[in-house]
Design a protein around this ligand. Sequence first.
Ligand code: GUN
Length: 290
Amino acid sequence: MQLLDGKLTSNTLKDEIALEVTELLANGGKKPHLAAILVGGNGASETYVNAKVKACKKVGFDSTLIRLDSSVSESILLDEVRKINENPLIDGLIVQLPLPKHISETKVTETILPEKDVDGFHPVNLGRMMLNLPSFLPATPAGILELLDRYNIETSGKHCVVIGRSHIVGSPMSILMARNTKVGNCTVTLTHSRTTNLEEITRSADILIVALGKLEFVKACMVKQGAVVVDVGITRVKSATTKSGWKLKGDVAFDEVSKKCSYITPVPGGVGPMTIASLLKNTLQASKQN
Ligand code: GUN
């Protein structure tokens, strides 16, 4: 078994992005600028947004973090989005999800200008992705493609099984793995909570992408010998061995599954850092087009 090391690969990607920023500035360009809106103080979202802001600094981007109280009205949030849409100094905008229940994620996503939608969640970007036209790809699926590419994982003609049909990961992932692109050309099965014969399907996967958000859901008996396993899940569990008292675990029972597969992403240090690197890549692209 070989680890698909997202930390290492994302560092390489970030170095490449930082180099491009240096060249951009040397040629009289401006620093790429990402704005992030965080509504409320949900622990996990706070951690993710802070990591995104920190990564911006590392590659030489400007960043703006806008924090809004969890009781903020939908109309005030939409006004903030519109202000950033109109600000020529800001290239990309993300609104960290999930949002409080009284705010429509769809309305917020649709209000972000597609040219600044570096999360790739706007219907225009998702539609263009579907048609294999240039677009911002959702960061987590794009990070997974990049990881598979950099480890030269053969995907063409393989059976790829995706568990989970979220708009952020599972659904776009299934589309991307089936596209006629370098990393793609898979026969894809998208499975979800109503799938009846899940284990039978996952056991036939050459590439298994797990994004359902259930701690250690995938056991060794669900995985084919030699499969490539990508774990998108992140759950915080209490730990007596870490300073923070927490550690992160995935949707895959790593200890037993890793003995059976050819490649696997660890949690942490797999898909998470690749997601951030992809967001930076999208932001650099947005800045070049701005
Ligand atoms: N919440 C979980 N993943 C993401 C992501 O990639 N982008 C945003 N904006 N929110 C998220």
